[in-house]
Design a protein around this ligand. Sequence first.
Ligand code: A2P
Length: 296
Amino acid sequence: MQNQIPVTKLTNSKDGVSIPQIGYGVAALEKELLPNSIAAAIMEGYRMFDNAPFYGNETEVGVELRASGIPRDELFISTKLPNYCHAYKDAIAACERSLKTLGLDYLDMYMIHFPMPSLGLFCEAWSAMEKLYQDGKIRVLGISNFKEHHIKKILDMCTIKPMVNELEINPYHTQEPLRKYCQAEGIHVINWFPLGGPMSPLVPYPVEHFKILLDDPYLLALGEKYGKTSAQIALRWAIEHNMTPIPKSSNPGRIHQNRDIFDFKLEQEEIAKMDALNHDRRLGPDSDTFTDLQKP
Ligand code: A2P
């Protein structure tokens, strides 16, 4: 297995920044398992670590990444602007706070965590993000959980276009029109819950309709064909659609497995069949109605 994870050049990055094709998600990473998990991820060649103040572990992740011995410019460390910090001054202060907590002097990527349309401040937040970028605090400017109509508002006012949008996407929730819209605008898509997310929904969901993505017979059959697991098939599907998946795992075997997806390709017909598994099975919040300010 090739240890180096391939990268994708970000279309909207004027500086030509590249992003790893798979990242390591630290949301829901168990605190007691965090040091060994980050060490295992580093050993397996992961260089992108996706964080947010809301995940409650910026300090610990920062400590482990700094202790890893990997040169800073080989790491791709990202975090997000909290929902309660969309006002200009609050956004600048929030970024400074994250830098301090992570123990860094710049972030590889900073994203507005949710658009929070009820606040009506995400364009103001974007202006603050642009200032942070101009001041050299951020290399990649991004949004997260933004729908097309939110993105259009940013595109109407921005001087720097969003370079990434991080969205809940997997074969049961493909968000295909939104993914294609982003990609047509040069906005690289990162997909969270790439393995289908937790075994039980985070938001109210009719339990009788709840299916576990990794138990899907089609993914299992493709796994059989390629000598891979259903998780690797789900991650490969994201790669085939030019996304960067950010699976969470605290299990060394699965951390290894999840990045071992660059030695095979799915056929077009298989990708289309996986697309057709979509039933809009969203497990995270709907960003149009989400009002949680997520104060720590
Ligand atoms: P664990 O940390 O014990 O590996 P998602 O990234 O979609 O949110 O999925 C994360 C969930 O999937 C976690 O419960 C994680 O558990 C589990 N998981 C991660 N990698 C794999 C894998 N390769 N096979 C099966 N389950 C996995």
